[in-house]
Write a protein that binds this ligand. Sequence first.
Ligand SMILES: [Zn+2]
Ligand SMILES: [Zn+2]
Length: 332
Amino acid sequence: VTYQHSIEMPDQLAEQRSMITSDEEERQRLGYHVTRHYTPSGDRKFYAAQAGDRSILNLSYDHSGKIVSINHGPIPSNRDEPISGFTLCTACNRWILGRNGVAEHLDQTNEMKKCWRRGTEENIIQNILLYTDTRHDVIKIDVPEMYDETGEPIDDILFTPFIKTLAQAIIEGIQISLNVDVDEVKYLLMVNPQDNNRSSIVLYETSEGGAGILESIVTRSIFHRIVSEALVILHEYEEKQCDRACYECLCNYYNQSDHDILDRKLVLPLLRDLLTADVRVVKDTSPTTVNHYEHLISQCESSLEKQVLTAIYQYGLPLPDSAQEIISENDE
Ligand SMILES: [Zn+2]
Ligand SMILES: [Zn+2]
């Protein structure tokens, strides 16, 4: 998708937004169509929660993951109307709101609302998107195989309910076991470009710079605490259990639009397996890194070089930028 008009929100404005109360935020959430997107930085650490050699979850930790929030504009009161971004008058630098806003702004007989700089049609820019682009502590979680109680792969239709339920369960597990506020860690889903049915869970700390919450969850003992807390929340050890989801477990005011699809039973088999899984550092299998590794290997001139490079890669350490670089003393 390409957008013609977009304006990065100045830092000052972004600062103000992080100060608003949750009431205001809620109003904002209902009032505007906002989407969030994650772009990994070049420096990630990779982990896997494994049972034997099988990976149950793949995780990557990114200390400066880029989270882009796009505000596509106010949601029209009539939900059938398209969302059409923001409108700006460049003559007076004012945002124009409302269905008749432009007509009123350009009408010089409208004493209340007219443009004081006598703006014309040419000064009006429509369909503007606002965005913020900030760096956060991020953990991306992938589930290589979603399976049911018998170990059989689940149906494609259940992929999204599964992932959303798992994301909610993990977030709540983090909140309880690490004593984290509801606003401190959030998640977004990132659709897999190769398979639109599948999504990754992207957890991010909302404060820029990070408080170390997400960095800690790849520690085996903390990871297990989060999983066991998630199981408690999902009524695993209770007599009285809800059918799919309730306000005691997965449902809350903010995820109302997902209440119909949340189903704790979908993720229980996976969480039970995670309870005894090992969490290990693994090599980076993202295409960019694999290509780079293969390129470096092809340039190796001895088997020792190959061995060292392979070990660096297997242990998930950062690869050298280049190979066979000649460093000369008199280099200018
Ligand atoms: Zn104007
Ligand atoms: Zn429940």
